[in-house]
Write a protein that binds this ligand. Structure first.
Ligand SMILES: *[C@@H]1O[C@H](CO)[C@@H](O)[C@H](O)[C@H]1NC(C)=O
Ligand SMILES: *[C@@H]1O[C@H](CO)[C@@H](O)[C@H](O)[C@H]1NC(C)=O
Ligand SMILES: *[C@@H]1O[C@H](CO)[C@@H](O)[C@H](O)[C@H]1NC(C)=O
Ligand SMILES: [Zn+2]
Length: 364
């Protein structure tokens, strides 16, 4: 059974490189006047999709977002698995750092009203120069200092896989991605998130752009990056970098993950490219000048899109376990034990339903 599974997976190692391209585009120019248009606002000139509809990131206006009845829990299938030999490829492309696990069977997203199964392709980060900026998505206008994107590509069906091999050139045509967004919050405790150490230590090896390295990360899994509570915002949007294809089902977790000050600084030490006025890459001796310090795109119009929130509906249960929930629980009127009992039962019931797809999967 197991060897059959591996063979089955090998068919699908047709990982796209569409999100790696360095390109000539950039976010900001370091030497422009107050009123000049920043390069990020001119992406549309060269990449028309960046100026069209359904663009990302957006601001989540929580006063207008209702918990959804149709969204469900997302299953992070094999997120706790290591790639063979714990092998990861780490790449500073001049815009961000990209990490790819050398998986035979990449971890998948299932459930979450996604219909299809989505396989992990890569992960990367967006950050700012100071702690008050950095994330791409915002919550009521608030920006977190760092946002992680775990990019997944729709898994193609068996019969179609062979056709796709013949027509690799068309790979981008029906691009269909699901991206998980995770906010980070800087905390003073140095040891608040040791799970992130393998990443920040690996960053030291890719300070200079364009030189990918092989890293062996024995303790690192995708699972270790996820927040404890899995409520998420869902909407349909785009890649947040050129060519801005509007092909992404976004799921952005509501709960941020902690990051220490030292870990945060490791991102701000990465160096990018320096461009001259025509966008050509220049060589600059002073490393401070070349650092990647603002690699987030400004928020885009929502238009008539609907943002929904998946919330593990048992608010009374959540209140007594949510971090910082102490005050939330105290501020709430005490619920009757019966009511709490009932919502616990609901939680357990729905999580049992959720286990079923997992069981089916292991039968493969
Ligand atoms: C910038 O724009 C504002 C308002 O549009 C204008 O009042 C100001 O003079 C401009 N500054 C420069 C340096 O062009
Ligand atoms: C990645 O996996 C392939 C086979 O699936 C193997 O040939 C290659 O050596 C691996 N790379 C690393 C860096 O381990
Ligand atoms: C490098 O550039 C930074 C920022 O522009 C500047 O503060 C620093 O003095 C420069 N260092 C050298 C050695 O020129
Ligand atoms: Zn991103």
């Amino acid at each position: 059974m197991h060897s059959h599974l591996i063979l089955y997976c090998l068919i699908f190692i047709v990982a796209g490189s569409y999100v790696d391209g360095a390109g000539r585009w950039r976010y900001i120019s370091r030497h422009t006047g107050v009123n000049s248009t920043q390069p990020v606002d001119k992406w549309r000139d060269e990449y028309p999709k960046c100026g069209r509809h359904n663009q990302s990131p957006i601001n989540f206006d929580t006063s207008r977002i209702q918990p959804s009845d149709t969204l469900q829990h997302i299953f992070f299938v094999d997120y706790d698995e290591h790639p063979p030999h714990h092998a990861w490829k780490i790449f500073n492309n001049g815009h961000t750092v990209v990490m790819k696990g050398n998986y035979t069977c990449p971890p998948q997203l299932q459930g979450g009203a996604l219909v299809d199964k989505y396989e992990v392709v890569q992960l990367h980060f967006h950050w700012g120069e100071e702690d008050f900026e950095g994330s791409e998505h915002r919550v009521d206008g608030h920006q977190y200092p760092l946002e992680l994107h775990i990019v997944h590509k729709k898994r193609v069906h068996d019969e179609k896989a062979n056709d796709d091999k013949k027509e690799l050139k068309n790979e981008n045509e029906d691009l269909n991605l699901a991206v998980i967004g995770i906010f980070f919050d800087v905390v003073s405790d140095e040891n608040a998130n040791p799970n992130l150490d393998p990443v920040t230590q690996a960053l030291e090896r890719v300070i200079k752009p364009d030189e990918p390295v092989d890293a062996y990360l024995p303790t690192f899994t995708l699972q270790s990056l996820l927040p404890k509570y899995r409520d998420y915002y869902r909407y349909t949007g785009s890649l947040t970098t050129p060519p801005c294809d509007p092909v992404v089902k976004w799921s952005v977790f509501r709960q941020p993950v902690p990051i220490s000050r030292q870990q945060m600084e490791a991102f701000r030490r990465l160096e990018g490219h320096v461009h001259d006025e025509d966008g050509q890459i220049q060589t600059v001796a002073n490393a401070t000048e070349t650092r990647i310090l603002k690699n987030f795109r400004p928020v885009q119009p929502i238009g008539n899109r609907i943002v929904s929130l998946y919330s593990s509906r048992s608010a009374s249960v959540r209140a007594d376990v949510h971090p910082g929930g102490a005050s939330e629980a105290q501020g709430r009127k005490a619920e009757s034990p019966l009511e709490i009992q009932k919502s616990r039962a609901t939680t357990i019931g729905s999580s049992l339903v959720g286990v079923l797809p997992l069981l089916v999967l292991t039968q493969l």
